[in-house]
Design a protein around this ligand. Sequence first.
Ligand code: CA2
Length: 146
Amino acid sequence: MKILLIHGPNLQLLGRREPEIYGGQTLEAINSHLREIAAGQRVNLKAFQSNSEGEIVSFIGDNIDWADGILINPAAYTHTSIAIRDALSAVNLPVVEIHLSNVHTRESFRQHSYISPIAVGVICGFGAYGYDLALDAMIQILQRSD
Ligand code: CA2
């Protein structure tokens, strides 16, 4: 099983700013924890972070023949990016959308997602643990489709 883990803009700051909203773990800590879980389940995980919408679109397209599924926290692009949604739709792989914070308790502009309608499911509000849940969900989804 091959799974992409995509992090959107500013998530490289995790653990260094606003821990009250996004938690105290760094992105590196989240990635290595997830890689550990993935390795134990014989899952190959490829992690990527970018602050650029175009780079995220290209990364998705470049991995069309590699990946079986996509975990993505599109960060602010969740609420703005038709380009990322179109890239995700185009590759036609199961997508799980993740948010560290519970976006539904926050500003109204965070309550619309361009990604959710094309995702299998959305996990939000559980902090870094949401990534564990998302990986677990993706493994179940891919096992069912075998
Ligand atoms: O809750 C989430 O995971 C979000 O995707 C995070 C985005 C926000 O725009 C979404 O509405 C919800 C923001 C990511 C910014 O990351 C930071 C990390 C540390 C310090 C400051 C920003």
